[in-house]
Design a protein around this ligand. Sequence first.
Ligand code: F6P
Length: 357
Amino acid sequence: MKRIGMLTSGGDCQALNAAMRGVVKTMVNATEEVEIYGFLDGYKGLIYGNFRMLTGADFSGILTKGGTILGSSRTPFKLMREPDANGLDKVEAMKQNYYKLQLDCLVILGGNGTHKTANLLREEGLNVVTLPKTIDNDLWGTDMTFGFQSAVDIATDVIDCIHTTASSHGRVFIVEIMGHKVGWLTLNAGMAGGADIILIPEIPYDIDKVVEAINERNRKGSRFTILAVAEGAISKEDAALSKKDYKKKLETSPYPSVSYEVAARIQEKTGSEVRVTVPGHMQRGGSPCPYDRVFASRLGSEAAKLILSGEYGFMVGIRNREIIKVPLEDVAGKLKMVSPDATIIQEAKMLGISFGD
Ligand code: F6P
């Protein structure tokens, strides 16, 4: 008999259900003896003992379903060691619920913050296997996270739609793409959608270089310019500020997000009409794309294999197209960022894309 606790934590993404289905289908096919405890709304469910007992049937018909059947929430890692409003020790509560239910293992699906807590639980002696989800693709130790390709598809569709209207009106358009800390999504959707300028957090931009790129396009006869701008794009001046000063700047900024600031600067300096489109959480919504369905199913299946053989303390990921297991302590607390020297950046530049640097 295997008793599995499962939870999805942090911002949701496509293919969470596909991944959980992959775990459960594989377990159920391998052994009839499986009990599944689905903790609701992420770590909150584990802390407060809020769970549903699930069977294989609960995981049927959810391969294509977006969101997560377990619900999710953000429970910041830095608050895990702080007691809740009623003085409850959250880590102790999670451990107690784990032991009370006599779980063999926790299957935790999440991104960066989630992995820090998963590793903490491992350090506390719990058996944990994790799966890498996030549209940001910023988890260290895996070439890809599920959700990412689906989000690239959606963000690319947005840029495609903007392309036709931008060309009719001869305007400058900014599409703001999710990713506060890393630019994988913006870079990939930007390239796939044929954006002329891509601004990502890892490559601070110089607004004059951005304007130069727009003017150059105009000189060559283009009527419009499309910018793909990550939520966390940052100017060279702002990147030189201390974290504290930058935070203060954002708090007092008259702009709702960086794209609006970039838009205002471009308008000031070029006189062009600039429009901003923010697809926001749409990028995390809807059905997973076929790649993510297959990928998440494979990860789920391999996670089940680990559980069946009693190998714990790993994230299941992919490297060079091979499914791999990575020790949790190697993953926790590390971000996989876009290197400004990466070949993809050089190739994008050779294609004529400006990064404003
Ligand atoms: O989950 C990742 C992500 O979608 C980021 O791309 C984005 O910056 C952030 O979450 C948005 O968070 P929230 O859903 O809490 O607004």
